[in-house]
Design a protein around this ligand. Sequence first.
Ligand SMILES: Nc1ncnc2c1ncn2[C@@H]1O[C@H](COP(=O)(O)OP(=O)(O)O)[C@@H](O)[C@H]1O
Ligand SMILES: [Mg+2]
Length: 264
Amino acid sequence: MSKIAVTGKGGVGKTTVTSLLAHIYARQERKVIVIDADPSPNLAWALGFPAELVAEITPIAEMGELIEERTGAKPGGSGGWFKINPMVEDIPERFSAQYQGIRLLQLGTVKKGGAGCICPESVLLKTLVTHLLLDRSSDEVIMDMEAGVEHLGRATAQAVDAFLIVVEPGRRSLQTAELIQRLARDIGIPRLYLVPNNVRDARDQQFIQEHGPDLPILGFLSHSPDAIEADMQGISVFEKAPQLVKEAQLIAAELDRLSAASSS
Ligand SMILES: Nc1ncnc2c1ncn2[C@@H]1O[C@H](COP(=O)(O)OP(=O)(O)O)[C@@H](O)[C@H]1O
Ligand SMILES: [Mg+2]
C-alpha cells in the first residue's frame, strides 16, 4: 500500500502522472483514492471521468453544511469556537466521485485570512488528509498537489511513502524542484524522488541528471503527442497513450519495490 504525493511546477505533468498511476493501480484491483488538491482542479478530466460526473463534484472546501455540521462553525469565520478534530471517516466514501475503480476527492481552496489562519474549512481539509494518509491502510492514496507541501504537516510527513517531484527538461522546473525539496525536508518528509516528464531523448535525460536536485529518479516519461491528443479529446491519458502507460508501469513497479524494501 502506498501513500503518494505528486508535486512540481505548474504544467510539468503532475496531474498526468497522478492519473496514470491511479489507473495502473485500479487495473491491479487495488483500492485507489486520488485527492485533487490543486486550487484549479482538473484531475477528473485527466482520469477520463465523464462530464456528467465531473459536473456533480463539489470540492470539500465548498460544502458549507458539511463543514458546519462537522466543525460546529460556519466556513469563513476564524473567530469563535469550533472542533479541531472533526469526524471525517465517512467523507471519502460519501463525498467522492467514482469511475473505473478510482475514487476522486476534490479538496478545493480555502480563502486564506492572515498568516497562520485557522478556520473551520482548513481544519476539516487537514484532518481529512491526515486521515487518508495515516488511518486508511488498505487504500492507495495519491495526492495531486500544487508546487509545495500544502495540506501536509509534520504529523503526516512520515506517512508519505513517496513524495514525487515531477520535472521536465528545462531549468525552471528544476529550480522549482529544488525549492520543493527544501520545503519537504523542512517538515520532515523522508522519501523524495524525481519523475522527469516530457523527455525527448538521452540529452534531455542527461540535462535533468546534471542540473536537477540530487534525488533518485523513479523513471522517465517521454514527451508524448498522444498525451496532448488525450487532453484535446477529453479522454484519459491511460487510454490514449500506451507508451506513457508502459513507462508509468515501470515507475509503479519501482514504487512497490521501494515500499516493500522499506517495510521489511
Ligand atoms: N509526457 C507528455 N507529453 C506531452 N504532453 C504532456 C505530457 N505530460 C503532460 N502533458 C500535457 O501537458 C499539459 C500539462 O500537464 P498536467 O499533467 O496537467 O500538468 P500539471 O498538473 O503539472 O499542471 C497537459 O496538456 C498535458 O496533456
Ligand atoms: Mg494539475
